[in-house]
Ligand binder design. Sequence first.
Ligand SMILES: [Zn+2]
Length: 288
Amino acid sequence: MRIKFLFIILTVFITTACATTPVSNRSALILIPQSQEISLGKQSYDQILKEETESEDSQLNQIVSRVGQRIVAVSDMPKLEWEFKLIESEKKNAFALPGGKVAIYTGLLAVAKNEAGLATIMSHEIAHVIARHGAQRMTQQILLQGAMLGAGLSMKNNTQRNIILSALGVGVLYGFTLPFSRSHESEADQIGLLYMARAGYDPNEALQFWQRFSQVKDGKAPPEWASTHPADATRMQGLRNYLARAKYDYQNVKTKYGLGQTFKLPQPEPSPGKPKPVPGVSVEALTP
Ligand SMILES: [Zn+2]
């Protein structure tokens, strides 16, 4: 009798907790109030920014912020308190957190190559936020691990902090990774591609970006973003399937930026140890 009662309560709770994602109209189980999700996103953002260095390159900062603003203006949540930061780091990484907190690492700009490449990354991350994938993943992890629900979640509790950060896709920075599921990735690709096109960036560049990204290797380890975002054949096929609709939206958009500006990035320092060749002098002659 008691079990039956609990089952009814749980069923009511779960049915009322189902949310529908914008654009793709999928329903999802979310047991975390949006206000709490946003607050946890902000806390995670503050914590990460404390440990990272913000870029002082005013031109690149301007580009990141204008690409971000153009995307959120055409998104389904333009009114969140969006913030766009450029972090000075060789890491090839990027993330967006509930509440609209976005960060791009300078290391990823070389792969982005131009504004449309950057728009591919940012619109995909923004789509994760808008589809509330972080809250869905927190819900899954909480149910799996039997942690406290809803308002009981706190960044101060170590176990819960790990659940929160990995669910929000930033756990990789702290050594625990929870890759996004195939369906969340495909949904973020689909929504992101449309946002990018509606923001005025050529959606064809998304396929070019993912191709470039699949060829990037950071020494022995794959780039940070790749551990949660593998650029595989399934992803490429999915993008091709959504491209027609994105191109249609792009055709109808008033202001088109195409690929936008190509980045002028500082060249990496030549690796130490090898003497620089001097014209007319052989390298051997320089070494004792
Ligand atoms: Zn993703």
